[in-house]
Design a protein around this ligand. Structure first.
Ligand SMILES: Nc1ncnc2c1ncn2[C@@H]1O[C@H](COP(=O)(O)OP(=O)(O)OP(=O)(O)O)[C@@H](O)[C@H]1O
Length: 261
C-alpha cells in the first residue's frame, strides 16, 4: 500500500535526451499533490508534451525517477507497470477514439486495464461496466449518443467521449496534452469544464498542457512554466500575474513568442 502524505506525481532529477541529441527535459524536480489541477504552459517545443509522455512512460526518460502515488513507474515492469498505468488516464489533442466504433464501445475501452485481453477482444464487458460507461456519458451530456459512431460526432463531442472514457477508467491522474487545440473557443471551455468536473467531483489529479493562457487562467489552480526543457515558473494561479506569462512566452529576453501574438 502507498503511504498517505506523498505526492501523487513526483519527478526526481528527470532528464530526457532524444536519440538525435535534442534535450527534451533537463533535470526536472517536481511534486504534484492529489487533487491538484495543474496547467503547463510554454512555447511550442518547450518540452510540455515530453513532460506528460514521461509521466505515464509513453516514452522512457534518460535519467532520474518518476513516482506515481509512491511507486516508481520508471523501474516498473509487466503487471506492476500495467497497474500503475491503470491509474493514469490520457486525453489527447486528437481525441484518440476508434472512429468506426460506437460511442459506448469507445467509453468501455476505459475498462480494458481491468480485464484480461481475451475478454476485451470478444467484447465481454461486464454489465456493471456498461452501466459505468453509460453513467459517464450522462455526466458529459452525451447519453443520447450511446450507439452513434464516434466519427459522426463533432470534435467537441468526441473530446467529451474521451473524457467519459477516462471517467470510466477511474484513474487517480489525468494527463491532458493540448486537449482543446483542435476546438473552437466555446467548445474548448466546455471540454475544460468537464475536466474540472472530474477534478472537483472525483478528486482526480489533472495535469494539462495548454496553449491558451486564457483557459489556463480560468481553469488552473497551479501553473508550471516550461522553457527549453526546464521549469522556469511554478506557482499558484491566483498569485500569477500576466507579467509571468509574458516572461514564459518571451523566453525571458523580451522577444514575443508565437503563442502570445
Ligand atoms: N521523438 C522526438 N525525437 C527528437 N526530438 C523530439 C522528439 N519529440 C520531441 N522532440 C523535441 O523535444 C523538444 C520538446 O518537444 P515537446 O513536443 O515536448 O514540446 P512541446 O512544448 O510539447 O511543444 P508543442 O506545444 O509544439 O507540442 C523539441 O525540441 C522537440 O523538437
Amino acid at each position: 500500500m502507498a503511504a498517505t502524505n506523498q505526492p501523487m506525481i513526483q519527478l526526481k532529477n528527470v532528464s530526457k535526451i532524444y536519440n538525435n541529441g535534442t534535450v527534451g527535459l533537463k533535470d526536472i524536480n517536481l511534486n504534484i499533490d492529489k487533487g491538484e489541477f495543474v496547467v503547463v504552459v510554454g512555447l511550442s517545443g518547450a518540452g510540455k508534451s515530453t513532460l506528460l509522455r514521461s509521466i505515464n512512460r509513453l516514452q522512457d526518460v534518460s535519467e532520474g525517477d518518476i513516482r506515481i502515488d509512491g511507486k516508481s513507474i520508471t523501474s516498473a515492469k509487466g503487471k506492476d507497470l500495467r497497474e500503475i498505468r491503470r491509474d493514469i488516464g490520457m486525453i489527447f489533442q486528437s481525441f484518440n477514439l476508434v472512429k468506426r466504433s460506437s460511442v459506448l464501445r469507445n467509453v468501455l475501452t476505459g475498462r480494458v486495464g481491468y480485464y484480461p485481453t481475451w475478454k476485451t477482444t470478444f467484447n465481454l464487458f461486464a454489465k456493471e461496466d456498461k452501466q459505468k460507461a453509460y453513467e459517464a456519458l450522462q455526466r458529459v451530456d452525451l447519453a443520447d449518443k450511446v450507439y452513434t459512431r464516434a466519427d459522426q460526432l463533432s470534435g467537441g463531442q468526441q473530446q467529451r467521449v474521451a473524457i467519459a472514457r477516462v471517467l470510466t477508467q477511474n484513474p487517480k491522474i489525468i494527463l491532458a496534452d493540448e486537449p482543446t487545440a483542435s476546438l473552437d473557443p466555446q467548445t474548448s471551455r466546455r471540454v475544460m469544464h468537464d475536466l474540472k468536473m472530474l477534478n472537483e467531483e472525483y478528486g482526480m489529479t489533472v495535469v494539462a498542457n495548454l496553449h491558451s493562457v486564457e483557459l489556463a487562467k480560468e481553469f488552473g489552480d497551479r501553473v508550471i512554466g516550461v522553457r527549453a526543457g526546464q521549469i522556469v515558473y511554478d506557482g499558484k494561479m491566483s498569485e500569477t500575474s500576466q507579467a509571468v506569462f509574458d516572461d514564459i512566452y518571451n523566453g525571458g529576453n523580451g522577444k514575443k513568442g508565437e503563442e502570445d501574438a
